[in-house]
Design a protein around this ligand. Sequence first.
Ligand code: GDP
Ligand code: MG
Length: 202
Amino acid sequence: GQSTGSGSTLKPYLRRKKSSLGETKIAVLGMSGVGKSALCVRFLTKRFIGEYDQANDNKYKCTTTLEGESVTFELLDTRSNDDDMGARDDVVRWADGFLLVYSVTSRQTFDVLADVRRRVEDMKKVSHVPVILVGNKADLAHVRQVTQDEGARLAAELSCSFMEVSASEDVTKVMDAFHTLCREIIEYKRRSRTFLDRVFGL
Ligand code: GDP
Ligand code: MG
């Protein structure tokens, strides 16, 4: 956005463009192989291609319409190793919200996520960071290891949203997951702004 040169450095950030919900920065975290890249590509292109770049962090930017207002997504598809799940310092600092992804076909990928959330909140030094828990590969019913109930229970424990999706089979739910997180980020930013308004009269 262009600043019009007001006195305060905070104001350009706080001012909202007309009919724009603003920008949301989303990092996608989880063990490798859970389908983080597949989810990002599905969200951005509506396609599932089967093979994804494993070697790099991939950053994307797109503007879309949500409830009649434009919103800009910045997505960071992390190249996770199984020590950090993608939740590195710089990533966590950068993001406004997090898609925590596991595969319903692998209990291990599910079990690590409570800890990832804890690390995110420790690094951010705040609680209630916008997060959505996403169980991917719901199409693979015959090799499922984590039930939908278990997913819902963990989400309740973490007090975050939860969805089961399939990057390969169903585009609607994938869109839903990103949009849900996006709404929570916008809500969260609004609340912080209201807080700043109150405290500093900005
Ligand atoms: P990442 O390491 O978390 O980025 O995982 P990828 O996106 O590279 O996906 C790992 C593998 O799982 C790839 O072979 C994908 O084609 C596959 N995959 C991803 N999502 C799904 C899904 O929803 N269903 C199925 N059956 N396979 C998936
Ligand atoms: Mg990947």
